[in-house]
Design a protein around this ligand. Structure first.
Ligand code: SAM
Length: 282
C-alpha cells in the first residue's frame, strides 16, 4: 500500500486525494503573482493542503475562502493561517459543493472574484468544467494541472486532445500556460510534470450562440463517439433525422462527412445556431 506518506506535523499525505504539496516559498510567491490576485479581489481556493499557497494568496487578496476535503488538515490550517484575518477554511468536497451559493454566501454578488488552486489531479476536468459553469463571474481561474492536460486546454482542431474541455475553456476564456513546473517541485513528486494555467474570462464568449444549452449539448454529443462522423453523432443527441442533420452541417459551410475534431470553435458556434433555428421552427 503506497497510500500514505508521512511528513511534518504528523500529517500523512493521501495519494488518493492528490496530495502533492508545494513547499518552495519562492515558487509559491511566483504562483500567487501569476494568479493575478490583487487587493480588491476575493479568492476561492480549491484544496489548500497545509496552506502553503493560501498564505501568499491571502497576502495579496481582500479575502480568501479555501475549500478542503481532508478534515485532518483543518486544525493544521487554522494554525498556519492564524495571522490571516482575511482567510476562511471550509471543510468540504468541491464536487459536492454548490460553488455559486458558497461564493454568494461568503463574498456576496458584487465581489471581484478570482479562483486559484494547485488542483488535485484526479478531478481536474470535472473541477474546471464546474468552475466555468457555476462561477461565470470569476475574472480568472489559475490552476496547477498535469502538463498534458495543459496541452489539451491549448489544443486546436485536428490535434490530439482537442475536444469538449478545450472548446469550453477557449469559448469562455483566454487560456495561457503561465509556467511549467517539474514533478520534483512537489512533495511527494507525482509521476508527471505540471503546468500552471491561467484562464482569463472573456467579457463575452468567443462567438455568439443563440442557445448556450444547445452549444454544450453539441460539444458533448459531437465527440461522444470519436470514430463516427459528425452527422452520426448529431442524430444521437438532437431530435433530427439524417437529412436534417446533414442540411444543418452543409448550411454551416461544412462537408457532409466532416468529423468533430476538424471543426474550429467558430464553426461549432455557426453549426449550433443552425441546429437551434432548425429545432425551434418546428
Ligand atoms: N494547495 C496545496 C499546495 O499547493 O501545496 C495542496 C495542493 S494538493 C495538489 C490538492 C489538495 O486538494 C489537497 O489538499 C487535497 O486534500 C485537496 N482535495 C482533494 N480532493 C478534493 C475535493 N474533492 N475537494 C476539495 N479539496 C480536495
Amino acid at each position: 500500500m503506497k497510500q500514505k506518506r508521512q511528513t511534518h506535523s504528523g500529517f500523512h499525505h493521501k495519494h488518493s486525494l492528490g496530495q502533492n504539496f508545494i513547499e518552495d516559498e519562492e515558487l509559491l510567491e511566483q504562483l500567487a503573482a501569476l494568479s493575478l490576485v490583487s487587493e480588491e479581489d476575493c479568492v476561492l481556493e480549491i484544496g489548500p493542503g497545509l496552506g502553503a499557497l493560501t498564505k501568499p494568496l491571502a497576502k495579496r487578496a481582500n479575502r480568501i475562502v479555501s475549500l478542503e476535503i481532508d478534515h485532518t488538515l483543518i486544525p493544521l490550517l487554522s494554525v498556519t493561517l492564524e495571522h490571516f484575518d482575511n482567510a476562511t477554511v471550509i471543510q468540504g468536497d468541491v464536487m459536492k459543493t454548490n460553488l455559486t451559493e458558497l461564493v454568494h454566501e461568503h463574498f456576496g454578488d458584487t465581489a471581484s472574484l478570482r479562483v486559484a488552486a494547485n488542483l488535485p489531479y484526479y478531478i481536474t476536468t470535472d473541477v474546471l468544467t464546474k468552475l466555468l459553469r457555476e462561477l461565470p463571474q470569476a475574472k480568472s481561474i489559475a490552476v496547477m494541472i498535469q502538463k498534458e492536460v495543459g496541452d489539451k486546454l491549448l489544443s486546436v482542431p485536428k490535434e490530439d486532445g482537442y475536444g469538449p474541455l478545450a472548446i469550453v475553456c477557449q469559448y469562455y476564456c483566454d487560456v495561457r500556460r503561465a509556467l511549467d513546473v517539474p514533478a520534483a517541485c512537489f512533495t511527494p513528486p507525482p509521476k508527471v510534470d505540471s503546468s500552471f494555467m491561467v484562464l482569463t474570462r472573456r467579457e463575452s464568449p468567443a462567438y455568439p450562440v443563440i442557445s448556450e444549452a444547445n452549444f454544450h449539448k453539441l460539444i458533448k454529443g459531437a465527440f461522444a463517439m470519436r470514430r463516427k462522423t459528425l452527422v452520426n453523432n448529431l442524430i444521437s443527441c438532437f431530435p433530427l433525422d439524417r437529412n436534417e442533420a446533414t442540411q444543418a452541417i452543409e448550411a454551416s459551410g461544412l462537408a457532409a462527412q466532416v468529423r468533430a475534431e476538424e471543426l474550429s470553435i467558430e464553426q461549432f458556434c455557426t453549426l449550433c445556431n443552425h441546429l437551434t433555428s432548425m429545432i425551434s421552427t418546428r
